[in-house]
Design a protein around this ligand. Sequence first.
Ligand SMILES: [Fe+2]
Length: 500
Amino acid sequence: MMQLFPNTPDYTGLNSPIGEEYELSNLPVEGRIPEGVEGVFFRAVPDPAFAPFMEDGGAVLSGDGMVSAIRLSGGKASFAIRYVQTQRHQAEAAAGRALFGKYRNPFTDRPEAGGVDRTVANTTPVWHAGRLLMTKEDGRPYRVNPHTLETVGRYDFGGKLKSETVTAHVRVDPGTGEMFFYGYEADGLASTKVAYGVADRNGNLISEQWFDAPYCAMMHDFTITEHYALFPIYPTTCDAARLKAGGDHWVHEMQRDSWVGVMPRHGKVSEMRWFRGPKGVSCYHMMNAFEDGEGRIQFDQCLSSVNAFPFIQRASGLNVAPGDTGGRLARWTIDLKSGTDSIVETVIGPPGDFPVIPAARQGRPYSHGWMLTMNPQMQGPPVAGGPVGAMFNMLLRLDFSGKPPQALALPPAHCFNEPVHVPSAQAHHEGWLLTVVDEQTGPAPEGPAPEGPPNFRHFLWIVDAGNVAGGPVARVEIPHRLRPQVHGWWVSAAELAAAA
Ligand SMILES: [Fe+2]
């Protein structure tokens, strides 16, 4: 059935719905896929299957989750993508039309949507204990077969999980193999209840504790150190009355404090200490946190002075130019020895997002990381796409041990999706970054035009993580239209084989 999607930035150009499940084998490779890069790059890709029946600023975040796999084996590459068979996707497929209204507001749904799980499982493919889970913070994950990409079903840790939500950002300890995770609005819309869970290295849920956040906030990411769990709270808030009136889930409040809750990661939630951050700030992704040996926690995050999403700014009556969001890589120092609730901020990097570190340094002191940013020297506009409306065009390697940063700038009309890191077995080699690069080859069409000329090309780039300025060592073409990815996860061939 032909879908008539609106002629708006959420549904045109790079954001044009594709809505196709397909497999491609023996992809064209330029250069050489490095030895040891053997495994699967799983990607979460939102792609709305049905045209919306109402206007919604947050529409890009509500696209049906698709799980995509780029398999690398013996120097060859293949590609596959399938819908996650969520209850929501199945209900809409059965009805042949959209049933769900605005982003995270069930009061705007059609009556047939009543009682159906609303999540679209479109944010991160989480790999833990041999299971692949497609996650989104508004619901429980869906388990997917990593070999066939078939949906197994909703995942609740064998019936043990009490929280109604699990976020898309978990932290896996490199030493113990435990997965630390949480869910907010854990018992329903606009609730302050947060569930904090720990799964052991075999995936058994060994603890779930609930606490109250200072207010109901969008808690997109959190972080751990070797001994602590950190729960940052930024003032993008939800209100039950607003939802009931058909309004937006999120409004950003510039006058409200930010907070970081800190507790021993195997302790009790009653031990939580709250530290007060600056008012009005926002962050989606954290690079890392660690204990510095002096009784302090250093917590590194892609911070901005206001919520960076234009649709949330509009809902909040804020009018901020894209260059005025005050983005920076910020280090918040939290002194556990002090009797105060204060936080000291140091800027340690430029604006950007999608931070990546070696998995082995999670929660530990680290010397370097990577992230995406906008090339300050770029001539012409960035590629339009994604929820913010502009895609990143520069990859950075940031060094915290005093070495200069490295940058890989894309040519005009190219953009990056979030990279994943693949460690190298070779000593002193920093491994590889895998990232999908979109290239706009012509003007964006007026509205979705499935029969029209192709106007994007897509490549997997493999970059030496210690020499990002050197550019890709291999480029793998994916000869099919792709929609922007949210997050990805690298799973080695050995991990996949062990799970089978
Ligand atoms: Fe995220």
